[in-house]
Ligand binder design. Sequence first.
Ligand SMILES: Nc1ncnc2c1ncn2[C@@H]1O[C@H](COP(=O)(O)OP(=O)(O)O)[C@@H](O)[C@H]1O
Ligand SMILES: [Mg+2]
Length: 398
Amino acid sequence: MDEDEFRKQFMKKSVFRQASSLDLSYVPEKLYCRDEALKALIFNFRRIMDEREQPSVNCLILGKGGVGKTCTARYFGKNFRTIAIENDIKLFLEYFNCINFRSKSKIIRELLAKYQHGSGRGFSDDEALKLILSQLIREQGYMLLVIDEIHLLKSDDVLALLDIAETFGHQNAKLSLLLISRSKDWMNIETERILSRLNEKIILKPYNFEESMQILQYRSDLAFKENVIDNINLLAMIGQIVVDHKNMRHGIEILRKSGSYCDKEGLDQITADIIREASNDVYPTFRNDIIDQLKDQEILALYGIVRSLINKGEPFTLVDDAFEEYKAISENYSIEPHVKMSFRKYVRQLTQLKIVASKTVRIEDATRGRHLEITLLDIPARKLMELLEDIIEKKFGT
Ligand SMILES: Nc1ncnc2c1ncn2[C@@H]1O[C@H](COP(=O)(O)OP(=O)(O)O)[C@@H](O)[C@H]1O
Ligand SMILES: [Mg+2]
């Protein structure tokens, strides 16, 4: 490529007005169809502004994947902070996703590092929390902690977080919690005691067709230039897919993929075929939003699983076979492979994250009697392999 050609590539027109508005972490200016949830959140948390003793409030948002839990919580947090500051309340807003912070300790350490500038090493969780809480009082501040995918923490950890006001005294706890979880996963950690510490459980239902259309219209207006989608029937196609899968993320992904396809092919409009093609490329239960946030060892373990699935050409593989592939790939990148017991742990974690499914099965004529079978959910092994190769090359390639 010479310089002229290089420049030409930059001159190419794009269908996007603002491509980043379709990133999964993007929080839109307006939130449609979640007024009830927002009103419930406002009703609960406004007490922090209205009451002199600034109580500790704990709410939980529940719902299936892709119903807008994260988006609603972030939208609420952002706007609540603005209003709080207008009311002279120094509100610190912190968002944690438990995919990145898998225990209460990790979250507390991170907070301590941020607010106390120390490593927090040598402190117990309670000591560290005490430091954070006294800092808040000293600064006359208040903290709203949003914790996403909370089911990845142990039940005890969740209870301990919800119990902060009880443990340290209500007047000392200038801190409230907004927790988020998928309904099904939440059932595994919910206990009577946890329930009794929640001010409200807010359940988000999947969007119906009209709601999906309203949201898609808004999001596509933000993302695309005029006339890129010039026919309401095209949006209706996507709206129907969203409703079929009960998942808005699916719709946003289709918009993003369709736009990228146009840019790559130099087209200036999205067509029905492009949408069909893009929707074939989106897997309803596959969590493409978390795949690049996995830990190094989990990525390698997943790669081992995928490679052994492809080698076998069967719908499931066994933990021993996947382990062999995992060792090979680790060595390829000069990474010391962990022992099989750890590997099993990574497989369990991937199962818990719903990236793979695994189950222990009995086998008739084997001496050991049981083994662990692993399968993928709805993404084909080859597709996942392509994704992982990219990530691994970025992470470990030289
Ligand atoms: N009411 C809404 N208005 C605009 N965009 C939305 C709305 N609800 C969901 N989305 C978008 O749909 C996608 C999935 O939402 P998300 O909050 O990640 O779902 P969940 O956390 O429930 O899995 C995100 O890209 C989000 O921005
Ligand atoms: Mg979410």
